[in-house]
Design a binder for this molecule. Structure first.
Ligand code: BEZ
Length: 249
């Protein structure tokens, strides 16, 4: 089973909307100049840079070497680190995360590390995929993988909790949940379904015979077209978000 890998250039072309649509969660963070903030799953560093521009001292961590290199080039103190094995101890006023937590399936380890990283009464503010996220894409992918006998070899790479699930997980890890919301966010895609799959479902494509990749892409794109492609030919993905603010209790 291969892991999802990231490429900053491709991400910039096909996934810039992830940071652009993250403005709401930055608002919830309400960063103050001088605060020390950990950007968990900082990706290519664009959002960390925005927090720095507001006067925050930001450390970004990501498990992708390509993202970390990109973030460093932007001047971010970016470190190659697995979010499921954070090594910080009581040094951050806030931990922030946008569109990254759903890639970290060892959720208990993530929350232990975030709790340890925060100063007393520090806050954890994040947005991630919520229950039902990209269900149309995922269903079509699972059908196409099953047809190829790959369903057990390629598990779903993400975790999309409900409000109830994640609230109790936070409470069980020493957080007080101040706010949590799950909402639909239909998200216009810059290109088509195939481009989305090539950016976000690399781990599926890598398991296929290379000659089968274009066939798989076409098959999934046609399966999702009725729900995700409008009469104008523009594609919209069925994103669902979970957004929350919690404090270290
Ligand atoms: C998300 O941000 O919800 C997401 C993006 C790509 C793949 C899976 C989830």
């Amino acid at each position: 089973m291969s892991e999802q890998t990231w490429n900053s250039k491709e991400y910039n072309e096909n996934a810039r909307f992830v940071t652009e649509l993250g403005a709401g969660v930055v608002e919830l963070l309400a960063p103050q100049a001088g605060e020390r903030i950990l950007d968990l799953g900082c990706g290519d560093g664009i959002q960390a840079k925005e927090l720095m521009a507001k006067g925050c001292q930001v450390v970004g961590v990501d498990a992708s070497p390509d993202f970390v290199e990109n973030a460093k080039k932007l001047g971010v103190d970016a470190r190659l680190m697995d979010g499921q094995a954070l090594t910080f101890d009581a040094e951050f006023d806030a931990v922030f995360s946008n569109a990254a937590l759903h890639w970290m399936k060892k959720k208990e380890e993530v929350l232990q590390g975030v709790h340890r990283a925060l100063k007393p009464r520090g806050r954890f503010v994040a947005e991630m995929g919520g229950h039902g996220n990209i269900a149309t894409f995922e269903k079509a992918c699972r059908i196409a993988l099953a047809k190829r006998g790959l369903i057990d070899k390629v598990p779903e790479p993400n975790y999309y909790p409900t409000v109830e699930e994640y609230s109790s997980l936070l409470a069980n890890h020493g957080f007080r949940v101040e706010f949590m919301d799950r909402f639909n966010r239909p998200t216009p895609l810059p290109k088509d379904a195939k481009a989305w799959l090539q950016t976000f479902r690399k781990n599926y494509l890598e398991e296929l015979d290379p000659a089968d990749v274009p066939v798989f892409l076409e098959e999934v794109q046609e399966a999702v077209r009725p729900q995700l492609c409008g009469p104008d030919g523009k594609w919209t993905a069925d994103y669902v978000r979970l957004r929350f603010l919690a404090f270290k209790a």
